[in-house]
Design a protein around this ligand. Structure first.
Ligand code: HXC
Ligand code: NAP
Length: 292
């Protein structure tokens, strides 16, 4: 009988020593929801002061409440990562309130399922602008501040496995995430001499309560059931958080330019024979394409 990969330890467990991030500030973009909140929570449990930036007040307040409940000092700042000036202002506020972040988790991203032939130019631009350009703008602001101060630091870019495989129904996001993965490799080499470690971190399917209606609907139409994963289970958001804290910890220092996939081997699932092909239009219940 196969039981799959055993479940994760309970929420609150940790492999790192308590206080690993005492005195440090960790900035998680989009840290008020979903996986970003899970990542921020693990840093908070290990003593970090947390900064959270995103656009929506309700997300920022949800992040603040979660960090406060964990006993962490927290600063939330509105920021649209498409706008470099908004990023710079957010960094100024964070530095004033909780100190310069030594860790940046570029977690914020945008995504919705849409067949490529239906995707408007603005839909493509919006996802690429947030996911790829926004990630670079945040890394740039963070890197410049650390180069100027000659301080070591760590960047973690959250990616997706369709950066390697392509993502039918997600042409914009898959292309943007491929860029994000490539950026990790470039920045790690450029900024290594200045003590800045740069890595990617890729979650597998990790359902959570904040998933947008579009993404949730897509999963409901396809399959997020445990038996469809090689691990015979989906991932837990805290498993991504543990990986992030390890990468940014003293024990992960020599890991740089790497993208770590936390998905129970789902992205490696390949076979010469596969289930019948179903077009993205059919998967999404869309009728035949019409240019009108
Ligand atoms: C087709 C869509 C669309 C949809 C928006 N657009 N939603 N097109 N299908 N479902 C189009 C709009 O019509 C518009 O184009 C353009 O995209 C911009 O839309 P706006 O609403 O003006 O953009 P904005 O207010 O900036 O909001 C950005 C957003 C939104 C990306 C559209 O969904 C958002 O804020 N998302 C943030 C959270 C998120 O996406 N989380 C998912 C991360 S999960 P036109 O041509 O009409 O002007 C992830 C990996 C999951 O990344 C992996 C799953 C397995
Ligand atoms: P989510 O809950 O929708 O989080 C996305 C976050 O990004 C939100 O907090 C949002 O906050 C923020 N954001 C979006 N656009 C922004 C902008 N322009 N400026 C600043 N912040 C912005 O999604 P998630 O599932 O947790 O995803 C987190 C990361 O994991 C993403 O990088 C995603 O691509 C990746 N991922 C997730 C899965 C999964 O199974 N969940 C799988 C593969 C990859 P505001 O709305 O307040 O701005």
């Amino acid at each position: 009988m196969s039981n799959g990969i055993p479940d994760a330890p309970d929420t609150g467990a940790t492999a790192l020593q308590p206080g690993t991030f005492d005195g440090q500030t960790v900035l998680v973009t989009g840290g008020g929801t979903g996986l970003g909140k899970a990542i921020a929570s693990e840093f908070a449990r290990l003593g970090a002061k947390i900064a959270i930036s995103s656009r929506k007040e309700e997300h920022l307040e949800a992040g603040r409440a979660a960090m406060t409940e964990l006993g962490a000092a927290v600063c939330v700042t509105p920021c649209d990562i498409r706008d470099p000036e908004s990023i710079s202002n957010a960094f100024d506020t964070i530095e004033k309130e909780v100190g310069r972040p030594s860790v940046l988790v570029n977690n914020a991203a945008a995504n919705f399922p849409v067949p490529a032939e239906d995707m408007s130019p603005n839909a493509w631009r919006t996802v690429v602008d947030i996911t790829l350009n926004g990630t670079f703008f945040c890394a740039r602001e963070f890197g410049r501040r650390h180069l100027d101060a000659a301080t070591p630091a760590s960047i973690i870019n959250v990616g997706a496995s369709y950066a390697w495989t392509g993502g039918p129904g997600f042409a914009h996001s898959a292309a943007a995430k491929a860029g994000v993965k490539n950026m990790v490799e470039t920045l790690a080499v450029e900024w290594g001499p200045y003590g800045i470690q740069v890595n990617g971190l890729v979650p597998g399917l990790m359902p959570h309560e904040d998933m947008t209606a579009d993404i949730r609907g897509n999963l409901d139409r396809t399959n997020d059931k445990d038996p469809c994963q090689p691990a015979l289970r989906v991932g837990r958001p805290r498993e991504l958080g543990w990986a992030a804290t390890f990468l940014a910890s003293p024990y992960g220092r020599f890991i740089s330019g790497h993208t770590l996939v936390v998905d129970g081997a789902n992205w490696q699932r390949r076979s010469l024979t596969n289930p019948n092909v179903v077009s993205v239009r059919d998967q999404m219940g869309k009728g035949p394409f019409s240019a009108q």
